[in-house]
Design a protein around this ligand. Structure first.
Ligand code: URA
Ligand code: SF4
Length: 218
């Protein structure tokens, strides 16, 4: 039916984000977000989780297959890598709040691969639509250090020209939040470890970037 669909540039979570709400109320409201089309195919919204006053806030890309089914971030294979890396870097998982730039799983079903749901990267428009949730989480958690895990989170937080190879492992100002000082650090996504030929080297790189975050907390 003509006229019932919002124009694509109107994708935004904004009207779904309750003003003045705490994290639990936000999580509840996010469950009903229809701010972009990704909610249609995914099982559920996967909101951030962890320490509501975490000193470190980690931002991934979007929930994966397991996260979509279980409703919590980083509970699948990438989450195992992340937990191990945090531990080696000296960051207590209990000190951290973990979330994603986009809160619904974007995927395509590939019939030749047994109908497996294959991850698709979110578009800039979807990342922008979902941003109000991330902003609200950042405001309420109030972390000392923010870690962008991989290229999508890096682009979401540092802008579309972000390149992980160029900008990883160093404390950077957070664009739009300069009052926080150099509080942002980017690194590879934990799933890059799982895809790498030399897993150990990529894992060590992740740990060494997370150590910079850990040092910033001292
Ligand atoms: N990858 C992400 O970026 N986030 C998750 O929550 C899981 C996998
Ligand atoms: Fe809302 Fe984000 Fe889900 Fe889009 S991806 S529907 S903006 S929660």
């Amino acid at each position: 039916m003509a006229g019932t669909r919002a124009p694509e540039d109107a994708y935004t979570a904004e009207p779904f984000v309750p003003q003045g709400a705490g994290l639990d109320a936000l999580r509840e409201a996010a469950a009903g977000c229809r701010g972009c089309p990704l909610h249609r195919e995914a099982t559920q919204t996967v909101f951030g989780a962890g320490n509501a006053h975490g000193r470190v806030l980690l931002v991934g890309e979007q929930p994966g297959d397991q996260e979509d089914r279980q409703g919590a971030p980083f509970v699948g294979p990438a989450g195992k890598v992340l937990t191990r890396a945090l531990d080696e870097a000296g960051i207590e998982p209990a000190d951290a709040y973990v979330t994603n730039a986009v809160k619904h799983f974007k995927f395509e079903v590939v019939p030749e691969r047994g109908k497996r749901r294959i991850h698709k990267s979110p578009s800039l428009r979807e990342m922008t639509a979902c941003r109000p949730w991330l902003e609200a989480e950042l405001r309420l958690v109030g972390p000392e250090v923010i870690v962008a895990l991989g290229a999508t989170a890096g682009k979401a937080l540092l802008g579309p020209s972000f390149r992980v190879t160029r900008q990883r492992g160093t404390l950077l100002p957070f664009p739009g939040h300069e009052e926080l000082g150099e509080c942002l650090i980017a690194t590879v996504h934990p799933s890059a470890v799982l895809r790498a030929d030399d897993r150990e080297a990529v894992f060590e790189g992740l740990v060494s970037d997370l150590r910079i975050a850990a040092e910033a907390l001292r």
